[in-house]
Design a protein around this ligand. Structure first.
Ligand SMILES: O=c1ccn([C@@H]2O[C@H](COP(=O)(O)OP(=O)(O)O[C@H]3O[C@H](CO)[C@@H](O)[C@H](O)[C@H]3O)[C@@H](O)[C@H]2O)c(=O)[nH]1
Length: 460
C-alpha cells in the first residue's frame, strides 16, 4: 500500500500541496526516490510501536511471517494515535487534512478530535473497495460451508464468490477479539471519513465509483489513478518500493536479447508466499511451456525457509537456463512490464499489478490467491476482458498442465485479440492520466478541495 501512497504524494506535491509523510524507521528508505524528486515533502519518523506478536524489527507487512495475522499490523499502527495527536497539537501550523491508507481507519477518529478532515486512500480498486465496505457495513455471518456462494446483491453486476474467496481480513473477523474489533472500527471509520481517493480511473470502474458515491452518501470521491510515477511510463528504471536485487544492467541485457512480446513475466506481489507444491506447479508450467520468462520469487523470512515456502525446485534453474530468469527478491516490476520483450504477465491480481499491467499494455493471466484479488480478477477477466483466468489459490497445483498451455498461447501469434484489448486498456489509462484526462482533473479537483480546507481554517 505504501508504493501507491507515495506515488500519490508525488502527484499532490507537484500540484502545490505541502506534505508531511509519517513513516517508521525501517520504511524510510522507500521514500528516498520520492524525497529526492520533491524537496518540499517532509518526513515525520516515529518508532514502530512495540507490539507483542510482531517480532522486533518488522515494520512492513511484506516481512510479517504468515503465522502472524496481518491485522496485527493494523492494530499495532493504531498505537501511533497519541504521538500523532501530540505532534499535531505542538505544530505551529499543522496540516489541514490527513490522507491515510484504508488500513489506518483510526486516523478518522484522530482527525475528528483535531478538527481536520481525513481522506481515505484506497490502493485497491473501486469494485474491490465496494465489496469490502459492503461486508463491514452489513457484517454477514460466515456460512458453514466455505464453498457456499456469497452475493454482493447491492453492488452493480452483483458479484458472487464462494465464501473462501471473499476478503481475507473480513473472514478473519472474530466478534469480541480486540484485534478484530479494532479492524472493524477502522473499516467502518473509513466509510464515515470525509472523502475517498481511489487509485483507479473512471473509465475502468465507472459503475463502481457511482455505487461508492451512493453508498457513502456524498460526492467527495476522487478517481486519480493509475498514479504511477512518470519514470515507469517513460521506461526510466525507477527505484520504486526498494532497490532491485538484480543488476539493472544484467536485466536489461537479458531482456534486450529477447524477441518482442515473447517473455512472460511472473510475480505474485509482496504478500503471497507460494507453498512448496504451488512453487512446483508454477515451475512445471513454466518448464513445459517452453516460453522465455522472468519469475520474481518473494524471499521468505528466515523462519520459513525450512518450511518450503518460495522453494525453487531442485534442478529447475539449470533446466530452463537461457530462457528463464529467476530472481529472488525485489525487481523493478513497472519497468520490466514496459519492456518491449514482455508479452504476458502471470499475476496474482494485486491491484497495483493490474494497473501496472494495464499501463504497460501487457495481456495478463490471472491467478488470484486471496485478499481482494478475486474481485480484481472478476473485473479484469470478466468485465474488462483484459486477462485470461488460469488458476487460483485452490487449484494452482492441479492446473499446472493448463498453466503450461496458457503460457505458451499467451506469447504465440494466436494471442492477437488479447494484445489488441490490452492496447485499448493501455490507451484508456494513458487518456485518464494525461493533462486534462479524468484522473488528472480529479487530482486537480482534490488539491483545490484541500486548499479550500486551508482557507476554512484560516478563517477560523
Ligand atoms: O519484486 C517486486 C515485487 C513487487 N513490486 C511492486 O509491488 C507492488 C505489488 O502490489 P500488488 O500487485 O497490489 O500486490 P500486493 O503486494 O499483493 O498488494 C496488496 O495490496 C493490494 C492493494 O490494496 C491488493 O490489491 C493486494 O491484493 C494485496 O495483496 C506493485 O507496485 C509491484 O510493481 C515490485 O516493484 N517488485
Amino acid at each position: 500500500h505504501l508504493i501507491p501512497l507515495l506515488d500519490l504524494a508525488h502527484h499532490l506535491a507537484i500540484r502545490g500541496l505541502t506534505i508531511t509523510i509519517l513513516v517508521t524507521p525501517k520504511n524510510l528508505h522507500i521514500l528516498n526516490p520520492l524525497l529526492s524528486k520533491n524537496s518540499t515533502i517532509n518526513t515525520l519518523v516515529f518508532p514502530f510501536p512495540n507490539y507483542p506478536s510482531i517480532p522486533f524489527g518488522i515494520e512492513n507487512l511484506k516481512d510479517l511471517p504468515p503465522n502472524i495475522r496481518p491485522t496485527s499490523m493494523i492494530h499495532a499502527l493504531g498505537e501511533l494515535y497519541q504521538p500523532l495527536l501530540t505532534w499535531f497539537r505542538s505544530h505551529p501550523s499543522p496540516p489541514v487534512a490527513i490522507i491515510s491508507d484504508m488500513f489506518l481507519g483510526w486516523t478518522h477518529r484522530l482527525a475528528c478530535q483535531l478538527g481536520v478532515r481525513r481522506f481515505v486512500f484506497s490502493p485497491s480498486g473501486a469494485m474491490a473497495l465496494a465489496t469490502m465496505y459492503s461486508l463491514w457495513q452489513e457484517m454477514p455471518n460466515a456460512p458453514k460451508d466455505q464453498n457456499e456462494v456469497f452475493s454482493f446483491s447491492k453492488i452493480p453486476s452483483c458479484p458472487k464468490y464462494p465464501w473462501w474467496q471473499i476478503s481475507t481480513i473480513y473472514r478473519s473477523y472474530v466478534e469480541g477479539d480486540p484485534v478484530s474489533e479494532f479492524t472493524k472500527e477502522g473499516m467502518q471509520a473509513n466509510i464515515a471519513s470525509w472523502g475517498l481517493i481511489v487509485n483507479s480511473f473512471t473509465l475502468l470502474e465507472g459503475i463502481y465509483f457511482e455505487h461508492l458515491r451512493k453508498q457513502l452518501g456524498h460526492d467527495r470521491v476522487w478517481a486519480v489513478g493509475p498514479i504511477l510515477p512518470k519514470e515507469t511510463i517513460d521506461m526510466t528504471p525507477p527505484e520504486r518500493g526498494g532497490s532491485s536485487t538484480v543488476s539493472m544492467h544484467d536485466l536489461k541485457t537479458w531482456l534486450d536479447t529477447c524477441e518482442d512480446h515473447k517473455v512472460v513475466y511472473v510475480c505474485y506481489g509482496t504478500q503471497v508466499l507460494l507453498t512448496k507444491d504451488q512453487m512446483e506447479a508454477v515451475a512445471s508450467g513454466l518448464e513445459k511451456s517452453g516460453v522465455h520468462f522472468i519469475w520474481c520469487v518473494k524471499q521468505p523470512s528466515k523462519e520459513l525457509v525450512g518450511e518450503g515456502y518460495s522453494m525453487i525446485p531442485s534442478g529447475f534453474e539449470d533446466r530452463v537456463a537461457g530462457r528463464g530468469l529467476i530472481i529472488r527478491g525485489w525487481v523493478p516490476q513497472g519497468w520490466i512490464l514496459s519492456h518491449r520483450a514482455v508479452g504476458a504477465f502471470l499475476t496474482h491480481c494485486g491491484w497495483n499489478s493490474i494497473l501496472e499491467g494495464i499501463v504497460a499494455g501487457v495481456p495478463m493471466l490471472a491467478c488470484p490467491m486471496g485478499a481482494d484479488q478475486f474481485v480484481g480478477a472478476t473485473l479484469l477477466v470478466e468485465e474488462l476482458k483484459g486477462a485470461k483466468r488460469v488458476c487460483d489459490a485452490a487449484n494452482v497445483v492441479s492446473h499446472s498442465a493448463k498453466l503450461a498451455r496458457t503460457l505458451m498461447e499467451s506469447v504465440s501469434d494466436e494471442s492477437r485479440v488479447e494484445k489488441e484489448r490490452a492496447e485499448e486498456l493501455r490507451m484508456a489509462a494513458v487518456d485518464a492520466i494525461k493533462e486534462d484526462g479524468s484522473s488528472d482533473n480529479n487530482l486537480n479537483a482534490f488539491v483545490k478541495h484541500v486548499l479550500g480546507l486551508g482557507s476554512e481554517t484560516d478563517e477560523g
